[in-house]
Design a protein around this ligand. Sequence first.
Ligand SMILES: [Zn+2]
Length: 208
Amino acid sequence: MPSNVEVFGFENENIRGNVWEKYKAKKGVVDRLGIIFSDPKVLFAGNKVHFKDRFFLCKGGYCCDILGPSKYRIGSVIIKYTTDKLGNIKQPFDYTLFPWMFSEQTYTKLKTLNVDFSVATHDIKIGCTNEDYQHIDITPCQESIWQAKAELRAKILEEAKPIWDYIKRGIASDLSVEEIKDLLGGTPTAGGADPSTKLDLDSVLSQV
Ligand SMILES: [Zn+2]
């Protein structure tokens, strides 16, 4: 057998069929995360989307007439450190990388925090007040652990590459205008333009 062939049972976690479990904050648990990037100007990927059965890219016009204004869905690759429930790093040091998809509200929170604590140089702690709606509180940490050692940083950047590709593909489906018309059935949905209804719906669905 050639030496570069691996043998395994079902424990091989490198085989994921190109599907990645998305990060979800849990109520009563504080997570310590870092946003993974190689270029500090490229922290997120995102696009304006609608949701009807699935996320799809806004093409302007018909989709907005039926569903109301489109909103950004944003993604980034994050490292979730292995911590206790208060977000304190546990020994031995370990971590998992996740795609994190979030709504405009979470982006705004990150942006506010970034003014005083750059998310490029500080990890963040996430507390969750509502799991279903993914209402989260974000606080900065002193340092960015994943970047503390060049060797660890290089390893993590390599591991993050396929997840970054997954995020760029996975923001929303790129439907044609005809496909959007088929999906929306041509009948305006009741309450579709009600911004208060849409806001809550979006924040739930953006985490699906
Ligand atoms: Zn639209």
